[in-house]
Design a protein around this ligand. Structure first.
Ligand code: IDP
Ligand code: MG
Length: 148
């Protein structure tokens, strides 16, 4: 079973899309094992996006992600990392396929609604950074009908 870390960015929260986006994950069969609204500090933003430090869009990215509350969550399921990335769509919403979250709700790269872990190592690091050990291991009554 794999876990992926997701952020519903300030634009998703401000636009009232928390429910719609979380519902997509639930409907797909993914299980939520952590979820919290967070006013991201400058320090957390810089640590989360450390890999992009020095890039031309870095300052704007930090400004964007700290500008209003986000919702951070961890979802769990078979192949969760790739499943979630596919649901999210490409980085640039204008190029993202319809049916993806960015392709359905966004237009610009600097307002692309959502972050999702891009691989197993980043998922582990991001979950540790944002939630530490604060994940809930719980039995969902539908688990046997979703997981073989
Ligand atoms: P990803 O979120 O699809 O993994 P990354 O390339 O890792 O995309 O970039 C991280 C975030 O930085 C993007 O989601 C977006 O918010 C922002 N970003 C990336 N490229 C640009 C850009 O060219 N202009 C403005 N923001 C950008
Ligand atoms: Mg990325």
């Amino acid at each position: 079973m794999e876990r992926s870390f997701v952020i519903l960015k300030p634009d998703a929260v401000q636009r009232g899309l928390i429910g719609e986006i979380v519902a997509r994950f639930e409907r797909h069969g993914l299980k939520i094992v952590a979820m919290q609204m967070v006013q991201v500090s400058d320090d957390l933003a810089r640590r989360h996006y450390a890999v992009h430090e020095g890039k031309p869009f870095f300052d704007g990215l930090i400004q964007y992600i700290t500008s209003a509350p986000v919702v951070a969550l961890v979802v769990e399921g078979t192949g969760a990392i790739a499943v979630v990335r596919n649901m999210v769509g490409g980085t640039r919403p204008g190029d993202s396929a319809p049916g993806t979250i960015r392709g359905d709700y966004g237009l610009e790269v600097g307002r692309n609604l959502i972050h999702a872990s891009d691989g197993p190592e980043t998922a582990v690091a991001e979950i540790a950074l944002w939630f530490g050990e604060d994940l809930i291991e719980w039995q969902r009554c539908t688990d046997p009908w979703i997981f073989e």
